[in-house]
Design a protein around this ligand. Sequence first.
Ligand SMILES: [Zn+2]
Length: 228
Amino acid sequence: MFIRLFQHRLSTFMHIPRSLINTSSLIEQCWQCQRKLDRNECPSYCPCEKHVLLPVRSEIDYFRLFDLSRSFEIDTKQLTRMFRNTMKFLHPDLFTNKSDIEKKYSQDQSALLNGAYKTLLSPLARAHYLLKLENITIEESPVQLESDFLQYIMEINEQLVDEDNDQKPFPIELAIKMRQEIDDHMKELSNALNTMDLEKAKEILARLQYFNNIDDKLTNLEVKHGII
Ligand SMILES: [Zn+2]
């Protein structure tokens, strides 16, 4: 069982209390049937009719859009299923004969759903998003990684420059090692997020960005060698 991030206490370094972020209900009236709705329960459309779209509310987090618990570990099959099912009711093509405001709701909701889907589908983007929900971004407070790690990364990058040579075979051992590093770091990231060790999660994410960059170079080499 994975722990829902939201059920944990705030860490001391966070800037704003969690209670101010998103736990309260968002009550709003449906513009069509006038019923009162909790937008956390109805993020996209009113239950009165699936084509009655509601305006986008920025307070609703991406996980709610797909009926998922706020957690790093998600069921990506459910994510994709929910994305497709919900998009069937939001797509702007369905609203070409509707009012301007309904067209706007459709465009806004579709754009939000697309962005949310891409964010939650990618483990790294999902981790960044979870930290952002806790008011933490790597851009605003960069992680200072230790010099040994940076040296290690520099050496691998130098090795990759050497490997980018038509005479040399694909560096399979290096690729296996780097992909193992990524797997190990992903497990650590998952643990850190599940236990709300957010500073640790931020540090692992910073490391993973370096490994991902290396993985991109390895993928380019694989293409060059006709492996993929
Ligand atoms: Zn309604």
